[in-house]
Design a protein around this ligand. Structure first.
Ligand SMILES: [Fe+2]
Ligand SMILES: [Fe+2]
Length: 224
């Protein structure tokens, strides 16, 4: 465990961690790209897919709110809630634009709904179990966010690439910028609290990867 607290050094820890994440997930790039290339040109399917991303963003924002509502809630956490809430809204708007109809967070309007919800629930319960006796609810929130942000950035970059390649008008630039800044902020906050541990991050990312693989398979099946 180390305490740096210098934004530049935290940034270089993060660069290394992101490079390791890329390498560890190399084998999943092709499958993910193939799924995206199958979904994006099919407007009704694409709408359900974006609505599922909206659900995940909404769940993220709601989870932060549900666990961090105390008097000590700080500016960075409020900003994080607001931006995840905005991502949920942005995705909902894009989803309904693609589908040309209103969409609810119900299975017929989602893609692999059960697997998507399970991803979040299982990740959270694994992290809480693995951290339980050691850390505060605040540190658990930071770790959960850190792990999810690694995947979000990786996934949104692939998605952005596919959108561009297929000439789709939707742009994830703002979302990508905000997810990258969340990742930087959260790594910095964990380091400041002396709670950033490579061993923990590695163990959590292993759990997350297995859960992501399940969502991927479920989405491949649902997309047909
Ligand atoms: Fe987000
Ligand atoms: Fe985020």
């Amino acid at each position: 465990m180390f305490k740096i607290g210098d934004k530049r050094l935290d940034g270089s820890w993060l660069d290394g961690a992101q490079a390791r994440f890329e390498k560890d997930n190399d084998a999943l790039v092709l499958q993910t790209r193939a799924l995206l290339a199958r979904i994006v040109p099919d407007a009704p399917l694409h709408g359900r897919f974006i609505n599922t991303l909206s659900l995940l963003e909404h769940m993220g924002s709601h989870k932060i709110m549900a666990t961090q509502h105390g008097a000590a809630i700080d500016q960075a956490t409020l900003k994080h809630i607001a931006e995840e809430g905005h991502h949920a809204y942005f995705m909902k708007r894009q989803a309904e634009k693609a589908a040309q109809r209103p969409l609810e967070y119900r299975p017929p309007d989602l893609l692999a709904a059960a697997a998507a919800r399970m991803y979040f629930q299982r990740l959270e319960s694994s992290l809480v179990r693995m951290l339980a006796a050691q850390l505060s609810a605040h540190a658990a929130y930071l770790y959960m966010s850190l792990i999810v942000e690694f995947r979000a950035l990786w996934f949104y970059r692939l998605y952005q690439h596919t959108l561009k390649r297929l000439g789709h008008a939707m742009s994830l630039k703002r979302v990508l910028g905000e997810e990258q800044s969340h990742l930087g902020d959260i790594a910095h906050r964990l380091a400041m609290g002396g709670e950033l541990s490579n061993a923990r991050v590695t163990a959590f990312l292993e759990v997350e990867k297995r859960l992501y693989e399940r969502v991927l398979v479920a989405m491949q099946r649902a997309a047909g």
